[in-house]
Design a protein around this ligand. Sequence first.
Ligand SMILES: [Zn+2]
Length: 292
Amino acid sequence: MRLQRTLKQQVSFEGIGLHTGRNARVCLKPAPRDTGIIFMRKDKDLAIKASAGYVTDTAFATTLGYNGAKIRTVEHLLATLAGLGIDNLIIEVYGSEIPILDGSSMELTSLILKGGIAKQSKKRPYIRILHPILLSDGQAEIAALPYNGRHITYRIHFNHDLLGEQNLSIELTEENFAVEIAPARTFGFLKDVEYLKANGFARGGSFENAIILGEGGVLNGSGLRFKDEFVRHKILDLMGDLSLLGYPIYGHIVANKSGHTTNLKFLKKLLAHPENWEFMAEANHVETPAYI
Ligand SMILES: [Zn+2]
Protein backbone atom coordinates (compact mmCIF):
# COMPACT_ATOMS: atom_id res chain seq x y z
CA MET A 1 0.00 0.00 0.00
CA ARG A 2 1.03 3.56 -0.58
CA LEU A 3 0.55 6.90 1.16
CA GLN A 4 -2.49 9.06 0.38
CA ARG A 5 -1.91 11.83 -2.13
CA THR A 6 -3.22 15.19 -3.18
CA LEU A 7 -1.92 17.92 -5.52
CA LYS A 8 1.06 20.10 -4.64
CA GLN A 9 -0.77 23.19 -5.83
CA GLN A 10 -4.11 24.13 -7.34
CA VAL A 11 -4.55 23.85 -11.09
CA SER A 12 -7.48 24.82 -13.29
CA PHE A 13 -8.87 24.22 -16.75
CA GLU A 14 -11.91 25.18 -18.79
CA GLY A 15 -13.80 24.25 -21.90
CA ILE A 16 -17.16 23.14 -23.20
CA GLY A 17 -19.21 20.21 -21.91
CA LEU A 18 -19.78 17.30 -24.30
CA HIS A 19 -23.49 17.07 -23.57
CA THR A 20 -24.52 20.60 -22.54
CA GLY A 21 -22.26 22.36 -25.08
CA ARG A 22 -21.75 25.02 -22.40
CA ASN A 23 -18.52 26.42 -21.12
CA ALA A 24 -17.34 25.59 -17.59
CA ARG A 25 -14.26 26.29 -15.50
CA VAL A 26 -12.87 23.77 -13.04
CA CYS A 27 -10.36 24.35 -10.28
CA LEU A 28 -8.61 21.37 -8.61
CA LYS A 29 -7.49 22.24 -5.07
CA PRO A 30 -5.32 20.22 -2.67
CA ALA A 31 -7.24 18.69 0.28
CA PRO A 32 -6.21 17.15 3.62
CA ARG A 33 -5.82 13.38 4.07
CA ASP A 34 -9.03 11.33 4.30
CA THR A 35 -11.06 14.03 2.49
CA GLY A 36 -11.72 11.92 -0.59
CA ILE A 37 -12.78 13.57 -3.84
CA ILE A 38 -15.35 16.34 -3.35
CA PHE A 39 -17.06 18.23 -6.17
CA MET A 40 -18.31 21.74 -5.33
CA ARG A 41 -20.72 23.56 -7.61
CA LYS A 42 -19.76 27.10 -6.83
CA ASP A 43 -22.82 28.65 -8.48
CA LYS A 44 -25.17 26.53 -6.32
CA ASP A 45 -23.08 26.50 -3.14
CA LEU A 46 -23.27 22.71 -3.13
CA ALA A 47 -20.77 19.95 -2.30
CA ILE A 48 -21.14 16.41 -3.66
CA LYS A 49 -18.82 13.55 -2.72
CA ALA A 50 -17.55 11.44 -5.60
CA SER A 51 -19.39 8.35 -4.42
CA ALA A 52 -21.64 5.73 -6.03
CA GLY A 53 -24.46 6.88 -3.73
CA TYR A 54 -24.62 10.28 -5.47
CA VAL A 55 -24.85 9.01 -9.03
CA THR A 56 -28.16 10.21 -10.47
CA ASP A 57 -27.76 9.31 -14.14
CA THR A 58 -25.63 6.98 -16.27
CA ALA A 59 -26.98 7.70 -19.77
CA PHE A 60 -24.03 8.47 -22.12
CA ALA A 61 -21.99 9.80 -19.15
CA THR A 62 -21.85 9.56 -15.38
CA THR A 63 -23.72 12.32 -13.53
CA LEU A 64 -23.49 13.14 -9.84
CA GLY A 65 -26.30 15.05 -8.21
CA TYR A 66 -27.92 16.18 -5.02
CA ASN A 67 -31.12 18.14 -4.39
CA GLY A 68 -31.69 18.71 -8.10
CA ALA A 69 -28.21 20.16 -8.79
CA LYS A 70 -26.05 18.08 -11.12
CA ILE A 71 -22.48 17.74 -12.29
CA ARG A 72 -22.39 15.85 -15.55
CA THR A 73 -19.66 13.83 -17.25
CA VAL A 74 -17.38 13.34 -14.25
CA GLU A 75 -15.85 10.05 -15.44
CA HIS A 76 -12.76 11.24 -17.35
CA LEU A 77 -11.63 13.54 -14.55
CA LEU A 78 -12.26 10.79 -11.98
CA ALA A 79 -10.36 8.28 -14.12
CA THR A 80 -7.40 10.66 -14.28
CA LEU A 81 -7.35 11.02 -10.51
CA ALA A 82 -7.66 7.24 -10.03
CA GLY A 83 -5.03 6.57 -12.68
CA LEU A 84 -2.50 8.94 -11.13
CA GLY A 85 -3.39 7.98 -7.55
CA ILE A 86 -4.86 11.30 -6.35
CA ASP A 87 -7.03 10.49 -3.31
CA ASN A 88 -7.91 13.83 -1.75
CA LEU A 89 -9.09 16.81 -3.75
CA ILE A 90 -11.64 19.61 -3.84
CA ILE A 91 -12.98 20.09 -7.37
CA GLU A 92 -14.63 23.47 -7.75
CA VAL A 93 -16.91 23.56 -10.79
CA TYR A 94 -18.26 26.80 -12.27
CA GLY A 95 -20.93 25.22 -14.46
CA SER A 96 -22.92 21.99 -14.69
CA GLU A 97 -20.61 19.72 -16.67
CA ILE A 98 -16.91 18.86 -16.55
CA PRO A 99 -15.30 20.10 -19.81
CA ILE A 100 -14.69 17.33 -22.34
CA LEU A 101 -11.38 18.87 -23.56
CA ASP A 102 -10.15 16.60 -26.39
CA GLY A 103 -12.38 13.68 -25.31
CA SER A 104 -9.55 11.93 -23.46
CA SER A 105 -7.63 12.38 -20.20
CA MET A 106 -4.41 13.47 -21.90
CA GLU A 107 -4.61 17.19 -21.06
CA LEU A 108 -5.77 16.50 -17.50
CA THR A 109 -2.90 14.07 -16.98
CA SER A 110 -0.30 16.61 -18.12
CA LEU A 111 -1.93 19.35 -16.05
CA ILE A 112 -1.74 17.26 -12.88
CA LEU A 113 1.77 15.95 -13.52
CA LYS A 114 2.98 19.48 -14.27
CA GLY A 115 1.41 20.83 -11.06
CA GLY A 116 2.93 17.98 -9.02
CA ILE A 117 1.60 15.29 -6.68
CA ALA A 118 2.02 15.59 -2.88
CA LYS A 119 2.28 12.54 -0.61
CA GLN A 120 0.37 12.73 2.65
CA SER A 121 1.07 11.17 6.02
CA LYS A 122 -1.44 8.33 6.00
CA LYS A 123 -1.76 5.06 4.13
CA ARG A 124 -4.38 4.70 1.43
CA PRO A 125 -6.70 1.77 2.25
CA TYR A 126 -7.50 -0.54 -0.69
CA ILE A 127 -10.31 -3.04 -1.09
CA ARG A 128 -8.84 -6.50 -1.70
CA ILE A 129 -11.03 -8.98 -3.56
CA LEU A 130 -11.19 -12.29 -1.66
CA HIS A 131 -13.80 -14.19 -3.70
CA PRO A 132 -15.05 -13.60 -7.26
CA ILE A 133 -18.01 -11.24 -7.69
CA LEU A 134 -19.84 -11.34 -11.03
CA LEU A 135 -22.56 -9.10 -12.42
CA SER A 136 -24.45 -9.99 -15.60
CA ASP A 137 -26.53 -7.18 -17.04
CA GLY A 138 -28.13 -8.11 -20.35
CA GLN A 139 -25.22 -8.60 -22.77
CA ALA A 140 -22.76 -6.90 -20.44
CA GLU A 141 -20.75 -8.52 -17.67
CA ILE A 142 -18.24 -7.40 -15.08
CA ALA A 143 -16.33 -9.52 -12.60
CA ALA A 144 -13.83 -8.79 -9.84
CA LEU A 145 -11.42 -11.63 -9.18
CA PRO A 146 -8.75 -12.15 -6.51
CA TYR A 147 -5.37 -11.13 -7.91
CA ASN A 148 -2.08 -10.05 -6.42
CA GLY A 149 -2.02 -6.59 -8.01
CA ARG A 150 -4.32 -4.21 -9.86
CA HIS A 151 -5.40 -5.25 -13.34
CA ILE A 152 -8.20 -4.64 -15.86
CA THR A 153 -9.16 -6.85 -18.80
CA TYR A 154 -11.76 -5.40 -21.15
CA ARG A 155 -13.53 -6.71 -24.23
CA ILE A 156 -15.78 -4.68 -26.49
CA HIS A 157 -17.77 -5.89 -29.43
CA PHE A 158 -19.71 -3.70 -31.84
CA ASN A 159 -21.52 -4.64 -34.99
CA HIS A 160 -19.31 -2.39 -37.11
CA ASP A 161 -16.70 -3.14 -39.77
CA LEU A 162 -13.90 -1.13 -38.19
CA LEU A 163 -14.74 -1.61 -34.52
CA GLY A 164 -15.74 -5.27 -34.27
CA GLU A 165 -14.02 -6.86 -31.29
CA GLN A 166 -11.19 -5.33 -29.28
CA ASN A 167 -9.53 -6.77 -26.16
CA LEU A 168 -7.01 -5.26 -23.80
CA SER A 169 -5.54 -6.55 -20.55
CA ILE A 170 -3.42 -4.08 -18.60
CA GLU A 171 -1.76 -3.69 -15.20
CA LEU A 172 -3.00 -0.51 -13.51
CA THR A 173 0.21 1.40 -12.92
CA GLU A 174 0.45 5.18 -13.12
CA GLU A 175 2.76 4.94 -16.09
CA ASN A 176 0.43 2.60 -17.97
CA PHE A 177 -2.43 4.98 -17.29
CA ALA A 178 -0.56 8.06 -18.52
CA VAL A 179 0.86 6.39 -21.64
CA GLU A 180 -1.62 3.69 -22.67
CA ILE A 181 -5.03 4.81 -21.40
CA ALA A 182 -5.18 8.59 -20.82
CA PRO A 183 -4.81 9.58 -24.53
CA ALA A 184 -7.72 7.37 -25.69
CA ARG A 185 -10.69 9.50 -26.77
CA THR A 186 -14.40 9.03 -26.40
CA PHE A 187 -16.22 7.85 -29.52
CA GLY A 188 -19.62 7.83 -31.12
CA PHE A 189 -21.42 6.80 -34.29
CA LEU A 190 -22.51 9.38 -36.86
CA LYS A 191 -25.87 7.61 -37.20
CA ASP A 192 -26.60 8.34 -33.49
CA VAL A 193 -25.61 12.00 -33.49
CA GLU A 194 -28.98 13.47 -34.54
CA TYR A 195 -30.87 11.34 -32.01
CA LEU A 196 -28.44 12.29 -29.24
CA LYS A 197 -28.63 16.02 -29.98
CA ALA A 198 -32.44 15.93 -30.17
CA ASN A 199 -32.50 14.32 -26.72
CA GLY A 200 -30.17 16.75 -24.97
CA PHE A 201 -26.92 14.81 -25.40
CA ALA A 202 -23.69 15.52 -27.29
CA ARG A 203 -24.60 19.19 -27.95
CA GLY A 204 -20.93 20.10 -27.58
CA GLY A 205 -19.72 17.04 -29.52
CA SER A 206 -17.39 17.61 -32.49
CA PHE A 207 -14.37 16.16 -34.27
CA GLU A 208 -12.31 18.14 -31.75
CA ASN A 209 -13.50 16.07 -28.77
CA ALA A 210 -14.66 12.68 -30.02
CA ILE A 211 -13.86 9.99 -32.56
CA ILE A 212 -16.84 9.88 -34.91
CA LEU A 213 -17.45 6.66 -36.80
CA GLY A 214 -19.30 6.57 -40.10
CA GLU A 215 -20.29 3.43 -42.01
CA GLY A 216 -16.89 3.20 -43.65
CA GLY A 217 -14.67 4.09 -40.72
CA VAL A 218 -13.27 6.98 -38.68
CA LEU A 219 -14.41 10.37 -40.01
CA ASN A 220 -11.85 12.46 -38.08
CA GLY A 221 -9.17 13.66 -40.47
CA SER A 222 -6.42 12.99 -37.92
CA GLY A 223 -7.30 9.26 -37.58
CA LEU A 224 -6.77 7.21 -34.42
CA ARG A 225 -4.18 7.56 -31.65
CA PHE A 226 -4.11 3.77 -31.15
CA LYS A 227 -5.50 1.02 -33.35
CA ASP A 228 -7.51 -0.15 -30.32
CA GLU A 229 -8.29 3.35 -29.01
CA PHE A 230 -11.94 2.33 -28.41
CA VAL A 231 -11.28 -0.40 -25.84
CA ARG A 232 -8.68 1.82 -24.20
CA HIS A 233 -11.29 4.55 -23.76
CA LYS A 234 -13.74 2.04 -22.29
CA ILE A 235 -11.07 1.17 -19.70
CA LEU A 236 -10.71 4.90 -18.96
CA ASP A 237 -14.48 5.19 -18.39
CA LEU A 238 -14.50 2.08 -16.20
CA MET A 239 -11.63 3.41 -14.07
CA GLY A 240 -13.57 6.64 -13.49
CA ASP A 241 -16.74 4.79 -12.55
CA LEU A 242 -14.97 2.29 -10.28
CA SER A 243 -13.34 5.15 -8.38
CA LEU A 244 -16.82 6.03 -7.10
CA LEU A 245 -16.34 3.11 -4.72
CA GLY A 246 -14.10 5.46 -2.72
CA TYR A 247 -11.25 2.90 -2.49
CA PRO A 248 -8.95 1.47 -5.14
CA ILE A 249 -9.68 -2.19 -5.88
CA TYR A 250 -6.81 -4.63 -5.35
CA GLY A 251 -7.73 -7.43 -7.73
CA HIS A 252 -8.48 -8.19 -11.38
CA ILE A 253 -11.50 -6.54 -13.02
CA VAL A 254 -12.80 -8.29 -16.13
CA ALA A 255 -15.40 -6.42 -18.18
CA ASN A 256 -17.29 -7.45 -21.29
CA LYS A 257 -19.32 -4.88 -23.28
CA SER A 258 -19.91 -2.82 -20.18
CA GLY A 259 -20.89 0.85 -19.90
CA HIS A 260 -21.66 3.42 -17.20
CA THR A 261 -24.99 1.83 -16.18
CA THR A 262 -23.50 -1.66 -15.73
CA ASN A 263 -20.39 -0.25 -14.05
CA LEU A 264 -22.51 1.40 -11.38
CA LYS A 265 -24.69 -1.67 -10.89
CA PHE A 266 -21.50 -3.65 -10.37
CA LEU A 267 -20.28 -1.22 -7.69
CA LYS A 268 -23.57 -1.56 -5.84
CA LYS A 269 -23.31 -5.36 -5.98
CA LEU A 270 -19.75 -5.24 -4.68
CA LEU A 271 -20.80 -2.99 -1.79
CA ALA A 272 -23.69 -5.34 -1.00
CA HIS A 273 -21.32 -8.31 -0.66
CA PRO A 274 -18.66 -7.32 1.90
CA GLU A 275 -17.98 -11.02 2.57
CA ASN A 276 -16.21 -11.11 -0.84
CA TRP A 277 -13.62 -8.44 0.00
CA GLU A 278 -11.70 -6.86 2.84
CA PHE A 279 -9.93 -3.62 3.58
CA MET A 280 -6.21 -4.21 3.28
CA ALA A 281 -4.71 -3.75 6.74
CA GLU A 282 -2.68 -0.64 7.30
CA ALA A 283 1.01 -1.26 7.65
CA ASN A 284 2.94 0.50 10.44
CA HIS A 285 3.68 4.02 9.52
CA VAL A 286 5.43 6.97 11.08
CA GLU A 287 3.41 10.13 11.54
CA THR A 288 4.86 12.85 9.35
CA PRO A 289 3.46 16.29 8.49
CA ALA A 290 0.85 16.47 5.76
CA TYR A 291 1.87 17.70 2.31
CA ILE A 292 5.41 16.39 2.35
ZN1 LIG B 1 -15.70 8.37 -21.80
